[in-house]
Design a protein around this ligand. Structure first.
Ligand SMILES: O=C([O-])CC(=O)C(=O)O
Ligand SMILES: [Mg+2]
Length: 234
């Protein structure tokens, strides 16, 4: 076998600063997705298959596998640093699980934050019983992987329609998974913080019933639609 494309492993990657990563813990994926102008959000087919209450946040250790193989997923356990999210691109594999409870338990021992898999996983009961280890995937099957390669660790991959570069920040919650390009993370966090104060005021006003939809009429009127203003029917 000739090593090269399809058999490459990179150890050193750049990650966002720890305070930037921690800062994102205060925000949910819809807010992050909004500030990325709705781009950089993975397909909704990839969701939390463990406990939906478990969130996942961390820099991406990227893995590409040959469909149905997971040799490089096993290798990623030696490459990822504590706090990393291992993301696995299976090229749309729909038959074979690429990881299960063994890989998950080993990953948890190494301090890995969890997995995001564009593909299938298995042993889901045992992974759930770990209690605090989030796995996001397209689905579940009992069929297990081979362990031969080829595959790559820490080269660019694609999951759910989104390119993920090693060290990009992955944020997943009950709403889905967003990819924050590493170089945009500090500035995006600053804008999230700036917006959250005004957003909190607005949400509190809405909760009190203190809101108006007059802006909708303005839009409709601009489009030439005649509208009646809202009147409380009570
Ligand atoms: O052993 C594997 O490679 C896949 C698996 O079932 C596990 O991680 O438990
Ligand atoms: Mg297993």
């Amino acid at each position: 076998m000739h090593p090269g494309a399809g058999f490459r492993v990179r150890n050193d990657i750049e990650r966002p600063e720890p305070e930037v990563i921690n800062g994102f813990r205060g925000f949910e994926t819809p807010d992050i997705s909004d500030l990325l102008n709705r781009l950089y959000t993975m397909s909704s087919a990839i969701s939390n298959v463990t406990d939906p209450a478990l969130r996942i946040i961390g820099p991406a250790c990227t893995v590409k596998v040959f469909p149905g193989d997971n040799l490089m997923v096993h290798k990623s356990l030696d490459i990822a640093r504590p706090g990393d999210v291992v993301v696995v691109d299976t090229a749309g594999e729909r038959t074979t699980a690429v990881l299960g409870d063994l890989v998950s338990t080993k990953a948890r021992h190494r301090g890995i934050a969890g997995f995001v898999v564009d593909g299938l996983v298995r042993d889901i009961g045992a992974i759930r019983r770990l209690g605090d280890f989030p796995v996001f995937a397209r689905g579940i099957t009992p069929i297990g992987p081979l362990h031969r390669g080829p595959g790559e660790v820490n080269y660019p991959v694609s999951l759910g329609g989104i390119v993920v570069n090693p060290g990009d920040l992955i944020v997943g919650d009950v709403n889905g998974v967003v990819v924050v390009p590493r170089e945009l993370a500090p500035e995006l966090l600053q804008r999230l913080r700036e917006r959250s104060a005004t957003e909190a005021e607005y949400l509190a006003a809405v909760a009190r019933g203190d809101f108006s939809n007059a802006w909708v009429d303005s839009m409709l009127n601009e489009a030439g639609v005649a509208t009646e203003p809202y009147r409380d029917p009570r």
